[in-house]
Design a protein around this ligand. Structure first.
Ligand code: 5GP
Length: 234
């Protein structure tokens, strides 16, 4: 059985690095390369970071029902997850990782209610600004737009199953891997997951780390972070 993991975050939260760590640390994962109509940024490669296509091609793919979900972002660019990645993951007996936005996550959850959704939060608005400026890819105007959008996305964090606060990359990466591995333990052992953990210390650690990231269990840590975003909007 294939599990689907949705990872969302405001841009600049370190999500791409975390997903890269996940894919290089945990075997048996397929990453869904999204289709987009936006232009590639500096280091991005076609068919690796995204499949870059024109709007007409994207609309034709919608018509043909080739997307599992799609959304228009930043008021102009199409982004979508092709069904073929899920089919491929199923064929290979892999789990599937999706790096998609809040709208896409909601569509996937509707179609695949068992998908696990993970929201990555920056430790504060200031940290997010520093990262966006630090990567030197976007003009100030674009950064301002991304920040406005980040506040809107962060408001939806409670719709996700798990929240990871990315203050230290090593720990955040360990948590993301643990969520995937704990899901596999639970899938294989079902109600016996705790019994499996009792005999396997590694499984016990994954389950504990994953449980500590459950949205209901992190809301106290999330509130002060939300404040940094919402007080800036007032
Ligand atoms: P960027 O343009 O900075 O690479 O990505 C902007 C946003 O698009 C990110 O939040 C990213 O997660 C989201 N995104 C990337 N691919 C997809 C996709 O296939 N579907 C949806 N709904 N969002 C996507």
């Amino acid at each position: 059985m294939t599990s689907v993991f949705i990872v969302s975050a405001p841009s600049g939260s370190g999500k791409s690095t975390l997903v890269e760590r996940l894919l290089s640390s945990v075997p048996g994962l397929t990453f869904s390369i999204s289709y987009t109509t936006r232009s590639p940024r500096g280091h991005e490669r076609n068919d690796e970071d995204y499949c870059f296509i024109r709007a007409e091609e994207f609309r034709a793919m919608i018509e043909r029902g080739e997307f599992l979900e799609w959304a228009v972002l930043f008021g102009k660019d199409y982004y979508g997850t092709a069904r073929r990645f899920l089919e491929e993951a199923r064929r290979q007996g892999h789990d599937l990782v999706l790096d998609i936005d809040v709208q896409g996550a909601a569509q996937i959850k509707q179609k695949l209610p068992d998908a696990a959704s993970i929201f990555i939060l920056p430790p504060s608005r200031e940290a997010l600004i520093a990262r966006l400026r630090g990567r030197g890819e976007d003009a100030e105007e674009v950064i301002r737009r991304r920040l406005g959008r980040a506040a809107g996305e962060i408001e939806d964090y409670y719709k996700y199953d798990y929240v990871i606060i990315n203050d230290r990359i090593e720990q955040a990466a360990e948590k993301l891997c643990a969520i995937v591995l704990a899901t596999r333990v639970s899938r294989q052992a079902g109600a016996g997951a705790d019994a499996a953990a009792a005999i396997d210390p590694q499984a016990k650690r994954w389950l504990e780390l994953a449980r500590a990231c459950r949205t209901a269990d992190v809301s106290e840590q999330v509130q002060p972070i939300l404040e940094t975003f919402f007080s800036a909007r007032k």
